[in-house]
Design a protein around this ligand. Sequence first.
Ligand code: NAG
Ligand code: NAG
Ligand code: NAG
Length: 484
Amino acid sequence: MLEPRCTAALLFLVALWSSALVAESAIGVNWGAVSFHRLKPSTVVDLLKDNKIQKVKIFDADPDVLTALMGSRIQVMVGIPNEMLAVMSSSTDISDLWVRQNVSRYMVKGGVDIRYVAVGNEPFLASYSGQFQSLVMPALLNLQQSLAKANLAGYVKLVVPCNADAYESSLPSQGAFRPELTQIMTQLVSFLNSNGSPFVVNIYPFLSLYGNSDFPQDYAFFEGTSHSVTDGPNVYTNAFDGNFDTLVAALTKLGYGQMPIVIGEIGWPSDGAIGANLTAARVFNQGLINHALSNKGTPLRPGIPPMDIFLFSLLDEGAKSVLPGNFERHWGIFSFDGQAKYALNLGLGNKLLKNAKNVQYLPSRWCIANPSSNMNTVANHIQIACSIADCTTLNYGGSCNEIGAKGNVSYAFNSYYQLKMQDERSCDFDGLGMVTFRDPSVGDCRFLVGVTDKTSASSSRYHGYHWWVKVLFFIIQGICSFVF
Ligand SMILES: *[C@@H]1O[C@H](CO)[C@@H](O)[C@H](O)[C@H]1NC(C)=O
Ligand SMILES: *[C@@H]1O[C@H](CO)[C@@H](O)[C@H](O)[C@H]1NC(C)=O
Ligand SMILES: *[C@@H]1O[C@H](CO)[C@@H](O)[C@H](O)[C@H]1NC(C)=O
């Protein structure tokens, strides 16, 4: 029999623990694959596991990716691209087939733990001018009945990741959805609510800063600010809380002020623009994680942080469109080849990020400008190379902006050469290029070597001895030094 005081203390601890369980938000990542050099999906899954990342969001339902996730027990959000919303909304036969092929098939013992299906990706984005707007509800309804038919409706939740441009206000407490979205949002949140789904929103303080030179720099971060926003009794010291509460207010106006919120994308790029650098990315992401894990919540939701937060992004994606800006290819907490860019504690158990293991690199060689040739005719080559390969770090604000004219040429040549999987002919450039075995990287400017997702026969399987080989070695060494 326990002493009463002891029992009380225990009960208190249990209560504390379970309340922490309810309010705690979990950190996950977005895994996009718009890259010229894709890591093998199994390498990425190992990277997730090594970093104890339990939740991942992908933008489609790539069978190679889902197969690699089988048996991992990682919780997955799969996605249906906007371009597929029209067919999904047109027929239940098509939505049934999608669910069978891309969800049910994996929901078996030792399969994939699919928890969410994202129906569209930011379909209400203002710049889409409403083209997907009327498709979202019909697609949701078709897919919901398909999930029900597959007996998965209670477990797999449909969500619609929205960009934060769906709502607006100068003060958080006045938040409201854009007037032209009121009707669709009313239907959407009612649907989400009746199925126990959260509202998923993508929030980007970086874009606020990038798009508006008047935006106070320190308000984007989580380190205190000289530009706090006072909203009645509430004071906001960072853009994230202000944005989050604007959404809470908008949901409250529709009668769903308690709806759980998941952050579908949030992050900071490390290259390709002024304000996008390693330090800023680390400080923002660490600030965000610490803020979420503190369980402080926001003024309108004290003590209730977002349900889940999916960092954008896991890896750099060098083939993404640069329409939004050159930074678009540099959102990863890891570079394209799974190497940690900076020190980050995800709050999941490791103090630092762990790099990807067993990455299949191409051979260590680079294509550079031939020092002895005349570069007068090179402009055309650079333009073509950089229109195909990624040269975004060369621009103003980029990590390779200051490597000089010849450096620029070499960088462009090399990017193209690696994209062409080091095909010899791709380093010709009318005799202006040459292959080198010495790494031309300078300072923070990294000249990449490509990776391949094909299993190459020459790759060595073991990079070190098994631990027991080492132990045995030391024992034998010990005996030997004792005997001799
Ligand atoms: C399943 O998802 C993949 C990847 O997104 C897609 O290409 C395929 O068309 C989907 N299957 C069906 C039946 O729609
Ligand atoms: C990095 O970006 C931050 C803001 O995003 C800026 O204040 C800082 O000056 C930048 N650092 C460098 C070295 O450019
Ligand atoms: C290198 O290229 C970048 C991007 O086009 C440009 O901003 C920079 O001025 C170039 N450097 C030299 C020395 O030409």
